[in-house]
Design a protein around this ligand. Structure first.
Ligand code: NAP
Length: 308
């Protein structure tokens, strides 16, 4: 019997209990999900940064800590978490992010606000350009960034992407490295941030990089708040940027007196761009436990050196 501790929080246990039991059974695993195992007897922990376990040191036999979040910066910071750590790559989470990004890209591409918010009786017959004439850049080409970049390319957008390592993605012009970042950002009209938060990516959008974006350009951030130097963004919005649609912030919840709330060129969404969906995530969790039991390599392991 495999002992699995669900420590991602009592609040989400009702959403996971049935689907996780079912996924484990479908994976051919006999698992005990009791919350009362002695820590030294637990084989696997399913966790979340705001979950029940903050000190992982008593879990001496634990083969894997599997988080239900995609972002791991608050787990990699935990000095007691020395067990292998897997981040969540969930098809449902990815689909949600594709929908959020596509919706917000199309909002700005089509200039929807002019017609939804700006009905003032004037007949402005400005036809939006085709997607092929709209340069969109996606920073971060992991599980989420690649899905978004590919979807946008499929809609016809001129998509550039940036990652740490070079690769080929059909329909996407891929850049890497510092020079590559400048090439990806130069004259971009819509930029989407889907990087993890690490020491290297903190404030990646600083004044000189914001300055590379086209006049009137739009920045979408469904990644992590500290990817952006917020003061620099406010200054760039007051000079050349057209809009920022932000889902994540340096401080969350965004304080009521934060200038983003009232800024006419900022749209705030409250960290809802996407979320892990229990039904599909349960299958991912069960597959990793199956791998652990079969001695096969775990999926989506976090590299402690790079921090993601
Ligand atoms: P991922 O699969 O780990 O992908 C990360 C991407 O960033 C990879 O392409 C990686 O490059 C690139 N990268 C990392 N460090 C870099 C650097 N220094 N320079 C250039 N590229 C770098 O992550 P994911 O699953 O796509 O998720 C991305 C982030 O989205 C998460 O970390 C999380 O913070 C955020 N998120 C937000 C929400 C929300 O609701 N707002 C929901 C889920 C996730 P390589 O491919 O070369 O390794």
């Amino acid at each position: 019997m495999i002992r699995v501790l669900f420590a991602a929080g009592a609040r989400c246990w009702p959403d996971y209990e049935k689907v996780l039991r079912q996924a484990l059974a479908e994976a051919g695993l006999s698992a005990d999900l009791s919350p009362n195992h002695a820590p030294e007897r637990v084989d696997y922990i399913v966790t979340a940064p705001n979950g029940d376990v903050q000190d992982y040191s008593p879990y001496t036999r634990c083969k894997l800590v599997q988080t239900i979040w995609a972002g791991v910066e608050t787990l990699t910071d935990n000095p007691t978490l020395v067990q292998p750590l897997a981040r969540m790559v969930d098809p449902g989470l990815t689909q949600g992010m594709v929908e959020w990004v596509t919706g917000h890209v199309l909002r700005h591409h089509l200039g929807m606000d002019r017609h939804i918010l700006g009905q003032d009786g004037s007949w402005r017959s400005e036809v939006p350009p085709l997607a092929a004439d709209r340069p969109v850049s996606v920073l971060g080409l992991g599980a989420l960034g690649t899905a978004c970049a590919t979807t946008l390319a499929g809609l016809g957008f001129a998509v550039r992407g940036w990652a740490r390592r070079d690769r080929e993605i059909p329909g996407v012009e891929v850049f890497s490295g510092d020079d590559g970042l400048a090439a990806a950002l130069r004259d971009a009209e819509i930029v989407v941030l889907l990087l993890p938060l690490t020491a290297q990516t903190r404030h990646v959008m600083r004044p000189d990089r914001l300055a590379l974006m086209a006049p009137g350009a739009v920045l979408l951030n469904p990644g992590r708040g500290p990817l952006i130097d917020e003061a620099a963004l406010l200054a760039a919005l007051d000079s050349h940027l057209g809009h920022a649609t932000l889902d994540v912030f340096e401080t969350e919840p965004l304080p009521a007196d934060h200038p983003f709330w009232a800024h006419p060129k900022v749209t705030v969404t409250p960290h809802i761009a996407s979320a892990t969906r229990p039904a599909t995530a349960a299958t991912v969790i069960a597959e990793n436990i199956r791998r652990g039991e079969a001695g096969a390599p775990f999926l989506h392991l976090v590299d402690r050196d790079t921090g993601y």
